[in-house]
Design a protein around this ligand. Structure first.
Ligand code: SF4
Length: 390
């Protein structure tokens, strides 16, 4: 029977793998039955990939363990996956491989950031679904053991995971079985490799900022890795331009957190230079917000329409927005970094709508959500939609 390890490159699954490789008595199977599978989102920290290449892949190659890396090939399931590597002698950890459809490709194209509340849709789409496809290719209809790196204090996640994939999938949670939490796993890796293994995540992951400890860990990481910082900052800049309520820190902005660090000056200058080099656009943004059933004070489903009106340099599009504001008799709203002209503002009650012209890097595509027009009409006719309407 195949033993499939979901290898997310982080502390938990690295500790499991390392223990199996270094202490054969801790596993119940032969390494020839093991397949180590990684779903690459395309946005993992390069530093994580480097450590995997330095410490884990040489061990896997030494033992001839089959190692598979794959990504989504496009936005839709029908686009399938791309398998970057399927080898018993892994060398490169392909955190960003040609042909991969990256999570950041998707987020930039729709001018948004990963959502920090509710279900982690980005993870389900860019990790879970890819793993399912790879595993199906490896095992077909056969029974297999699926090893997942939940820690001792993640019993709730384990209980949610256990019923999935029955009857062929037999789940296994080695860290929970041996009572290891994250600190135990970190200590084990440090003891065996002399490395304080970093948290694996996408560089723009909002969950890295949910706790003060995560913020303290991540900001120095950004300052030390400007290329990755620029990706997170650019994504956030675009998302906030289109919706001022966004921000990688649950509505607050990563930019402000970085700017509060005494050593952030060079990085922010680099970011400004990068923004100036990008193509820019004026976008027309409309948002229609429904009401929760029976409660006009509670926001229900939101639909958005995004349309690129005109492209140019940053200076060009800012001048065009100024001109449009003047002709429309409106003010340009700005916080110094983002500029927009409101044509309609949202109400206190739902359904309602909002409508703005915004300038932003021209990285997003036109996109009107299904059912938008219906929701827009409902919002226009909602309770006392007013303010800046024409
Ligand atoms: S690491 Fe964060 S951003 Fe990346 S897929 Fe997981 S939840 Fe989403």
């Amino acid at each position: 029977m195949k033993i499939i390890l979901s290898y997310g490159l982080g502390v938990d699954s690295t500790a499991i793998l390392l223990r199996w490789l270094l202490e054969p008595g801790t596993r119940w199977f032969d390494l020839s039955d093991l397949v180590v599978v990684t779903a690459q989102t395309g946005d993992e920290w390069v530093e994580t990939g480097y450590l995997v290449e330095q410490h884990i892949y040489p061990l896997l190659a030494h033992h001839g363990v089959r190692t598979v890396q794959a990504s989504r090939a496009g936005p839709r399931q029908k686009n399938g996956i791309v398998v970057h590597d399927d080898t018993t002698h892994p060398i490169l950890c392909l955190t960003s491989a040609p042909g991969a459809y990256r999570l950041s490709d998707e987020l930039l194209s729709v001018a948004t950031i990963p959502q920090s509340g509710g279900v982690r849709k980005c993870s389900l789409k860019f990790k879970g679904w890819v793993l399912d496809q790879v595993i199906a290719q490896i095992v077909g209809d056969d029974e297999f053991v699926h090893v997942v790196g939940f820690e001792a204090n993640e019993a709730r996640r384990m209980l949610q995971d256990m019923p999935l994939g029955l009857p062929a999938r037999i789940p296994s949670y080695p860290l929970i079985e041996c009572g290891w939490d994250r600190a135990d796993a970190e200590r084990y890796i440090l003891d065996k490799l002399g490395v304080k293994w970093p948290k694996s995540a996408c560089v723009q992951c909002p969950f890295a900022f949910s706790l003060a400890e995560g913020r303290e860990r991540t900001i120095p990481r950004y300052l030390a890795n400007p290329y990755e910082a620029l990706l997170g900052l650019t994504m956030e800049h675009l998302a906030v331009a289109v919706n001022p309520r966004q921000g990688l820190l649950a509505g607050e902005q990563l930019y402000d957190l970085i700017a509060s660090h005494p050593d952030s000056g060079p990085l922010l200058e680099l970011f400004e230079r990068r923004l100036n080099r990008l193509p820019w656009a004026v976008y027309d943004v409309r948002r229609a917000m429904g009401a929760k059933p029976g409660d006009a004070m509670a926001r229900g489903q939101t639909y958005r329409s995004l349309e690129l009106l005109v492209e140019g340099t940053r200076a060009d599009v800012l001048a065009r927005l100024d001109r449009a504001a003047h002709l429309l008799g409106r003010e340009v709203e700005t916080d110094g970094r983002h500029h927009r002209v409101w044509l309609r503002t949202r109400n206190l009650y739902y359904p309602c709508v909002e409508h703005a012209l915004v300038v932003a890097p021209a990285l997003a595509h036109d996109k009107t959500f299904k059912s938008f027009e219906k929701a827009w009409l409902a919002g226009l006719n909602g309770p006392a939609q007013l303010s800046l309407s024409f």
